[in-house]
Design a protein around this ligand. Structure first.
Ligand code: OAD
Length: 255
């Protein structure tokens, strides 16, 4: 696999001891064919507005509508597969003990590719959350038309995703913040960097002394100030990075 396109110095940074943070966005799942929120609002859903489907108010007003929308999203995502970007990130996690994977994606594809401990700051479509008591469960059935009752407090459970007008759970955000603040390298992958507070994480990392790398097919507000830029699809750049790293690592007998 060619590794010549990697910017000089990036591999050295990756190999130094210390923490590496990858912040992922929708671009990581692009090659899996995960429809964006807006792309998915087609057909029967085209007559709805995002605020009818993805806000706490919408769920209070019409829980069945919101539930059915998220069940449809779940079925779409369940039908696609993790791509080479997800697989490379899972393998990088095994190579780099100090790696933290933060994702804005709610599709659960990192986990399906074998990543563990992912900080899913916008939630996970395949979990339910009770907005009354905070209890979360795994989704058992992506077909049922009615939301389940919370086993703890009996309120209706909704999807465990951060809706418009909601905040990222404090524990998750502070874990991502701490990781960024102590990173030696922060890699932004497939995110436009327009949604806050996720977009602040690169600045937090930079103030803490990290080098900043970006993997994206297009320019973003981060591009001009990044130390390393890989202007390539994530499913190409991440396997190249993994491959180059493995070539440089001393052979491990356990591998
Ligand atoms: P965006 O849709 O805003 O941006 C996707 C980014 O991926 C863009 O910068 C593209 O250039 C880039 N991109 C597309 N295909 C790519 C590929 N194959 N390889 C690399 N990069 C590629 O998505 P996010 O930045 O993830 O929020 O948006 C963040 C949040 O906005 C989402 O989590 C969601 C949304 O509203 C919530 O759900 C709260």
């Amino acid at each position: 696999m060619p590794t010549g396109s990697l910017p000089a110095g990036l591999l050295e940074r990756l190999q130094e001891p210390g923490r590496v943070v990858f912040l992922c966005g929708a671009g990581v799942s692009a090659e899996s064919g995960v429809p964006t929120f807006r792309d998915a609002m087609s057909g029967l859903w085209a007559r709805h507005r995002p605020e009818d489907l993805a806000t706490p108010d919408a769920f209070r007003r019409n829980p069945l509508l919101v539930w059915r929308w998220y069940q449809a999203r779940r079925r779409q995502v369940a039908a696609v597969q993790p791509n080479q970007a997800h697989h490379a990130l899972a393998a990088l996690q095994r190579e780099l003990p100090g790696m933290t994977l933060v994702t804005q994606n709610v599709d659960g594809l990192h986990e399906r590719a074998g990543s563990t401990g992912v900080l899913e700051i916008h939630g996970n479509l395949f979990h339910n959350r009770c907005r009354e008591c905070g209890h979360t469960t795994k989704v058992a059935d992506i077909e049922s038309d009615t939301p389940p009752a919370c086993p703890r407090c009996t309120a209706l459970m909704g999807p465990d995703v951060v809706w418009f007008g909601e905040e990222i759970p404090a524990g998750l955000l502070s874990a991502a913040w701490r990781a960024a603040a102590s990173a030696k390298l922060f890699v932004s992958v497939g995110t436009s960097g327009l949604v806050y507070p996720a977009a602040d994480l690169a600045d937090v990392a930079r103030w803490g002394g990290a080098a900043i790398a970006e993997i994206n097919v297009a320019d973003t507000p981060l591009s001009a100030s990044a130390d390393f830029v890989l202007r390539e699809p994530a499913a190409q750049a991440l396997p190249s990075l993994l491959n180059a790293l493995q070539l440089r690592l001393p052979a491990r007998s356990a591998r």
